[in-house]
Design a protein around this ligand. Structure first.
Ligand SMILES: Nc1ncnc2c1ncn2[C@@H]1O[C@H](COP(=O)(O)OP(=O)(O)OP(=O)(O)O)[C@@H](O)[C@H]1O
Length: 484
C-alpha cells in the first residue's frame, strides 16, 4: 500500500520573477502524517522560499517547476516578527480564535480549542491580555496558537523559535509532537538548530536551493559546515574576547542603574534593579519570555508608554563626568545609549538602506552656516558605514526586503552612527545564521575596541557564553548574579 503523504515534492524548483537563477532546484521531499521534518540552511539558502512554496504563497511570484503536491490543509507561521498578528483584534483570546471564526467553525468549539492550545503552550494567563502589551516571545506564541487552533494537516513553521526562551522552545517541541501524534505533520525551516528542531523525525540541509543531506540528526560539524547556527551551549569559549578575570569590573562604570522599578499597565515588571556595566564590558541578560528584559532596555532609553511607572536612577559616564539621565528625553539619551530593539522593523522608516542611515547621521552643530558641508559630512558617515558592513550590497534596497538579520545590522548601524558610548541590544542574534552571528560579533568587538560598552538581552545561551563578560538572569523582576 502506498504511504500516505501530506506533502510531496518531486524535482521541485522555483525561480522568482526577474531573477536569473533558481531559488530552489530539484527538491525531493515527502512528509507523512505524524512526522516533523526540519530543513536547515544558512541565510539565502532558500529555506523561507521552500516554506512558502509548499504553502502556496509563491503563486504569481515566479515559476515553479517539478511537482508540489499537498494533500490536506497547510498553514504557515512566517519569519517576520512584526507581521505575525492579524491586526484585526486587540485581545489575545480573540486573536487566537480569529482564524477558526473566519473559517466558519462553530464558536464554542473554536473557543474550547483556543483555550486548550494556550494551555498546552503554557500561556493560559494571557487570554484576556492586550496584544500590544505582549513581550516578543509571547507574541510569537500567540501567533502560533492561532494556527494550532485551526488543526491543519500540515503546519509549516519558518523560524518558530524566534524570541522564545529555551524552556518554551522545549515546551513547543512537545506541543508539536502532540500535534503529530494526533495525525498532523510539521515542516520547520530555520537557520538555527535548537530545542524545537531537535524534536524532528528528520533533518535536512538546504544549500544554495538544493536539499543535500537528510538524516535523523545533524551533527554539530554538519551545522558548522553549512553555516547553520546552534543556540545551545557547547563549551564555554570566547570569540574575539580574552577571558575575564574580573578586571573589567575594576574599570570605571559606563552605566550605573540604581533602584530601577517599572510597572506596566499596573503590573510590576522590574523591582528595585541595580546594574553596573563597566567601560569595555559586554553584559548579557537572559530570562524567560515576559521576564522584563526588553522593558529594562526600554526604560533606560526612556521608551516606555505614558501609562507605565518608572522610578530609580540611571547614570552614564561621559568622558569621565557622570550624567544623570533622570528626566532626560529619549533623543538626549540616544546620544549616550544606542538602542537596537527586538523588532528591527519598528525602528526603520526610510525607503532604502542608504536613506535610513542618512536620517540617522547626526546633524553637526554648525547647521545654519554651511548646508553643503553638513550634507557632505553626513554622506561621508553613511559611505563609511556602508563600506565597513555588508549593507553596501543592499544600499538601495527597501529595509523591509532584507532578512531579519540584515535589518538588525541596519538598526545597529543607525545606532552606531550617532556615536553612543553604550549599545543596548535586544535579542541581537534573532534569525542569524553562523555567518551573521560572526558579523554581529565583529560589530561588537569593534565597538568595544573604540571604548564602548554593551548591554544585550538574549535567549541564545551559546552566544552569551561565547561573547559576554557577565551573564545576568532576570527573574521575578530582579536581576540575579553572574551565570557566566
Ligand atoms: N507595551 C506594554 N504595555 C504593558 N505591558 C507590557 C508591554 N510590553 C510588554 N509588557 C509586559 O511586560 C512584561 C515584560 O515584557 P518584556 O517585553 O519586557 O519581556 P521580555 O523579557 O523582553 O520577553 P521576551 O523574551 O519574550 O522578549 C510582560 O508581562 C509583558 O506582557
Amino acid at each position: 500500500m502506498p504511504e500516505t503523504v501530506v506533502v510531496q515534492l518531486k524535482g521541485a524548483g522555483f525561480t522568482y520573477r526577474g531573477s536569473a537563477w533558481a531559488a530552489l532546484s530539484d527538491i525531493d521531499l515527502h512528509l507523512a502524517p505524524g512526522r516533523i521534518h526540519s530543513v536547515l540552511g544558512s541565510l539565502g539558502s532558500g529555506t523561507s522560499t521552500l516554506a512558502r512554496l509548499i504553502t502556496g504563497l509563491l503563486i504569481d511570484r515566479g515559476t515553479t517547476t517539478g511537482e508540489v503536491r499537498l494533500d490536506g490543509t497547510a498553514v504557515m507561521l512566517g519569519d517576520d516578527p512584526e507581521a505575525q498578528l492579524s491586526g484585526m483584534t486587540s485581545l489575545v483570546g480573540d486573536e487566537v480564535q480569529l482564524s477558526g471564526r473566519l473559517h466558519g467553525d462553530e464558536l464554542a468549539a473554536v473557543e474550547q480549542r483556543a483555550r486548550l492550545v494556550l494551555d498546552s503552550l503554557g500561556i493560559r494567563d494571557l487570554w484576556g491580555r492586550r496584544l500590544d502589551a505582549l513581550s516578543g516571545g509571547q507574541r510569537q506564541l500567540v501567533a502560533l496558537a492561532g494556527l494550532l487552533t485551526l488543526r491543519p494537516s500540515l503546519l509549516v513553521l519558518d523560524q518558530p523559535s524566534l524570541s522564545l526562551d529555551p524552556d518554551t522552545r522545549g515546551r513547543l517541541g512537545t506541543v508539536l509532537q502532540d500535534f503529530c501524534s494526533a495525525g498532523g505533520a510539521v515542516l520547520i525551516t530555520a537557520h538555527q538548530r535548537d530545542e524545537v528542531t531537535e524534536v524532528s523525525s528528520e533533518m535536512s540541509v538546504l544549500d544554495s536551493g538544493r536539499l543535500i543531506t537528510t538524516r535523523h540528526r545533524l551533527t554539530a560539524e554538519d551545522c558548522d559546515h553549512h553555516g547553520i547556527w546552534d543556540t545551545r551551549t557547547r563549551q564555554r569559549h570566547r570569540t574575539g574576547r580574552t577571558a575575564t578575570d574580573g578586571s573589567e569590573r575594576a574599570k570605571p562604570a559606563a552605566l550605573t542603574v540604581r533602584g530601577l522599578s517599572v510597572a506596566r499597565l499596573g503590573a510590576e515588571v522590574l523591582d528595585d534593579v541595580d546594574l553596573d556595566v563597566a567601560s569595555g564590558e559586554i553584559v548579557t541578560i537572559v530570562g524567560s519570555n515576559g521576564a522584563g528584559k526588553s522593558t529594562l532596555l526600554r526604560s533606560l532609553t526612556g521608551l516606555l508608554g505614558s501609562g507605565d511607572r518608572t522610578s530609580g536612577t540611571i547614570t552614564v559616564d561621559a568622558h569621565g563626568s557622570p550624567i544623570n539621565l533622570g528626566e532626560a528625553p529619549t533623543h538626549e539619551r540616544a546620544r549616550h545609549l544606542g538602542w537596537v530593539g527586538q523588532d528591527p522593523g519598528s525602528q526603520l522608516s526610510a525607503a532604502t538602506v542608504r536613506e535610513e542611515l542618512t536620517h540617522a547621521a547626526p546633524l553637526p552643530p554648525h547647521r545654519r552656516r554651511d548646508r553643503s558641508a553638513i550634507r557632505a559630512q553626513r554622506q561621508a558617515a553613511v559611505t563609511s558605514t556602508l563600506a565597513r558592513t555588508e549593507l553596501k550590497a543592499v544600499s538601495e534596497t527597501h529595509p523591509y526586503d532584507l532578512s531579519i538579520a540584515l535589518r538588525k545590522d541596519l538598526v545597529i548601524s543607525t545606532a552606531l552612527i550617532m556615536g553612543p558610548r553604550i549599545l543596548l541590544l535586544d535579542e541581537p542574534t534573532l534569525g542569524r545564521d553562523r555567518m551573521a552571528i560572526g558579523r554581529l560579533n565583529l560589530f561588537m568587538t569593534e565597538f568595544i575596541r573604540r571604548g564602548g560598552s554593551i548591554l544585550a538581552t538574549t535567549h541564545d545561551r551559546r552566544w552569551a557564553a561565547e561573547t559576554a563578560d557577565r551573564i545576568l538572569l532576570l527573574d521575578g523582576g530582579e536581576l540575579r548574579g553572574d551565570l557566566g
